[in-house]
Design a binder for this molecule. Structure first.
Ligand code: THU
Length: 130
């Protein structure tokens, strides 16, 4: 799967000296283009950013806003699952049924949707005036 390859490649550049947990993310947009990101940690721990945030930033910088599918890969004993903040970030540019693939380093991939990861999430409708 090309998304897995792209995420594995960008993961090599992850800057994670504090957690030693390198993550790669790859987004395919509705145009077919692929955007990637890796986690970037900081000595001031809360200033670190997740791989998904990097991939979304690359997508937005390229002028795109529609995620068709997203894959996240990391090591560890089980497949990586996007953190709560990243679920919200992915959701901003997805549909409820947009696939989220969670991969391990061996290429074993689990599929879920962003709606499955973030049920009853905060969305644009909540901002509409009554
Ligand atoms: N991390 C990600 O980049 N994406 C995820 O989905 C989970 C966590 C990063 C944040 C931090 O740099 C490291 O993994 C450990 O939490």
């Amino acid at each position: 799967m090309d998304l897995f390859k792209a995420a594995m490649t960008v993961r090599e550049n992850a800057y994670a000296p504090y957690s030693n947990f390198q993550v790669g993310a790859a987004i395919r947009t509705t145009s077919g283009a692929i955007y990637t990101g890796c986690n970037v940690e900081n000595v001031a721990y809360p200033e670190g950013t997740c791989a998904e945030a990097g991939a979304i930033a690359a997508m937005i910088a390229a002028g795109e806003t529609e995620i068709k599918e997203i894959l996240v890969v990391a090591g560890g004993p089980s497949k990586v699952s996007p953190c709560g903040g990243c679920r919200q970030k992915i959701s901003e540019f997805s549909q409820a049924n947009t696939p989220v693939y969670m991969a391990d380093l061996a290429g074993d991939i689990e599929e879920i949707t962003i709606g499955g990861l973030l049920p009853a999430g905060f969305d644009k409708e909540h901002l509409e005036a009554k």
